[in-house]
Design a protein around this ligand. Structure first.
Ligand code: BGC
Ligand code: BGC
Length: 595
């Protein structure tokens, strides 16, 4: 399209560009900008035909086959169609790149936030944000639904691992660092730099503070429930990361599926409009969460009117954009949503699109494709893995292990499984097990670390009876058991019981009799209850959900690097201490970690 209007001229001041464009738009073009549909439910032609402002890939919203190149092609096709529309407004494509560009097969996968919380290093978290931005831009994506700045208070919550910590200050520091990595290059925070992406700070507000059993929407239990705290606590515990993120340049915030004060957050005009946009001065745009507007009211028309009037600017209506468009159009025609509210919402969205430089550079940077999952990026992930490990027990200086150890027995499926290392939000929404994406397992890392004279045997179930021990005496010098949770995301991971499984216990028993020193490594999205079993173990390491670079763990086990991580969550002694209460005597306190 020829560039003739002021909105197309980058030298024109931002407010005037927005005004000029708004003045040219029809109501349906405006409502289109407020609509976000998932790629699996709309093709580029349809998206353009309805002037859709944003397309997202939810967890698993991948092209087939899932390669970085196909991602780039897919995103580009939506953008090309958007640019062909009457006003040529570029589309903003978003994805859940929450621990690296994790839907993309071949991308580097970093430890989930819980691991970064253990490392307590903002500069590392910032570098991770930077790399995630580059891998996203390589595939044409300008918007990443991170950082999650939840403050989880009950580790039964299936999203505990998405939160850096239970500690508000730590979450605030790391959340800002991740935001600055995504949105900033070389110390600048100029979103128009071609190598920045828009961050989405989520989920506003109190998503981590819900009470067990208060989800009344679906079969989940605590996720999307009710945050039963008063406003003082809401402000003191759950709001500080948003205040800091806005100061640091946050331009998009995702609204929480939870409720507070008798209202769904998406219906909360006081918190969204009075507090966030008024008092806290947030001038960016608010995006709804997945189908969240539907939950506001049984009657969809009422739900739309209530949410938009409460202050939601863009609606993630993953499956059916037209239904939302039809209802919002009617609401404007009937005067239930004032045109001024539409102009405010669209003005905010367009402003961020201009700020991002989308009109000038709508396509991202396909030239970065060779960097996706590159060795340089994986080296940073490996560093993050090393720094995220928390050593919780180390009797008789069991660790570090000598690379000369004659015989090591390794057991547990998780020792040799990239999928289990990565957890949820990896390739698929719920994650998966096995070789879901290229990476290095812990087993491979151990094999690469030991001396030529070391014998390493691996059996997932620890059945070594058939193994011929190279020496007399039936025990190995070292046994390593790697336990893990099954991958999960969101409320699918809500769990009443966080104790080890029968299979885990049987495996531990079997291994205990076969080795002199028993080292247990746990991959999990939260602390699990280990109190009764811990006395049997010589060393215990919390590995969280480390991602694709499992060899980082081996580097620390064999003493190339020290243990330095500290607990981002209190480690309870029993389920009676979940959720944690004042006066509990936990197994390990917040901040604990041996070196
Ligand atoms: C989650 C968000 C996510 C969105 C898009 C929602 O269900 O709560 O965290 O960004 O889906 O996948
Ligand atoms: C999507 C996720 C989304 C979830 C919400 C899934 O199908 O892939 O991104 O968060 O649904 O229910």
């Amino acid at each position: 399209m020829e560039k003739t209007h002021s909105y197309q001229d980058r030298r024109v001041p931002l407010v005037r560009r927005v005004r000029d464009l708004l003045d040219r738009m029809t109501l349906s073009e405006k409502i289109g900008q407020m609509t976000q549909v998932e790629n699996r439910s709309i093709d580029p032609v349809e998206a353009a035909r309805h002037s859709i402002g944003s397309v997202l890939s939810g967890g698993g919203g991948n092209p087939t086959p899932n390669t970085p190149e196909n991602w780039a092609t897919m995103v580009q096709s939506y953008q090309e169609a958007a640019l062909q529309t009457r006003l040529g407004i570029p589309l903003l494509y978003g994805a859940d790149a929450v621990h690296g560009h994790n839907n993309v097969r071949g991308a580097v996968v970093f430890p989930h936030n819980i691991g970064l919380g253990a490392s307590r290093e903002p500069s590392l978290t910032q570098r991770i944000g930077r790399i995630t931005a580059l891998e996203a831009l390589a595939t044409g994506i300008h918007w990443v639904f991170a950082p999650a700045v939840s403050i989880p208070h009950d580790i039964r919550w299936g999203r505990t691992f998405e939160g850096f910590s239970e500690d508000t200050d730590l979450v605030t520091r790391l959340g800002v660092a991740q935001l600055q990595g995504l949105q900033g290059v070389d110390g600048t925070t100029d979103l128009s730099h071609p190598r920045t992406v828009l961050a989405s700070v989520k989920h506003f507000v109190g998503d981590g503070g819900t009470t067990w059993g208060t989800n009344n929407t679906n079969e989940w239990i605590i996720d999307q429930g009710v945050t039963e705290v008063d406003e003082t606590v809401l402000r003191a515990v759950h709001m500080p990361p948003y205040v800091a993120a806005i100061k640091a340049g946050a331009r998009n915030i995702m609204v929480s599926l939870s409720s507070w004060g008798g209202l769904r957050m998406h219906a909360h005009r006081y918190l969204l409009t009075d507090v966030l946009k008024g008092e806290l001065g947030f001038t960016g745009f608010l995006v709804s969460d997945w189908e969240a507007v539907d939950h506001v009211d049984g009657d969809y028309y009422t739900a739309v009117v209530t949410s938009i009037n409460a202050g939601v600017d863009m609606v993630m209506t993953p499956y059916d954009g037209q239904r939302f468009i039809a209802h919002l159009s009617r609401a404007v025609e009937e005067g239930d949503v004032p045109l001024s509210r539409i102009d405010d919402a669209v003005g905010r969205i367009l402003s961020v699109k201009f700020e991002l430089g989308l009109f000038e550079q709508p396509f991202g940077e396909p030239s970065l494709l060779p960097l996706v999952g590159s060795a340089v990026h994986r080296a940073v992930a490996r560093e993050a893995v090393r720094k995220s490990l928390v050593l919780l027990k180390n009797d008789g200086a069991a660790l570090p292990l000598s690379v000369q150890t004659p015989l090591i027995l390794i057991a547990g499926q998780a020792a040799n499984d990239v999928g289990l290392q990565c957890g949820g939000w990896t390739i698929a929404w719920q994650g998966g097990s096995g070789d879901i994406t290229p990476g290095t397992t812990l087993l491979a890392g151990i094999r690469a670390s030991v001396s030529e004279d070391t014998t390493v045997y691996y059996h997932p179930a620890g059945e070594f009876d058939a193994v011929e021990m190279p020496r007399t005496g039936a025990t190995a010098d070292v046994g390593i058991v790697v336990l893990s949770e099954e991958p999960y995301a969101e409320g699918v991971g809500d769990r009443a019981d966080l104790t080890l499984t029968e299979a885990d216990l049987a495996l531990l028993d079997r291994m205990r009799t076969r080795c002199q020193k028993l080292v247990v490594i746990l991959f999990s999205g939260r602390p699990l209850i280990v109190t009764e079993h811990l006395p049997q173990w010589d060393a215990f390491v919390a590995g969280w959900l480390p991602g694709t670079e499992g060899d980082g763990i081996a580097e620390v086990l064999f003493g190339e690097y020290p243990f330095s991580g500290r607990l981002p969550y209190t480690w309870p002694r029993s389920m009676d201490q979940v959720p944690r209460k004042q006066g509990d005597d936990p197994l390990f306190p917040l901040g604990y970690g041996l070196s």
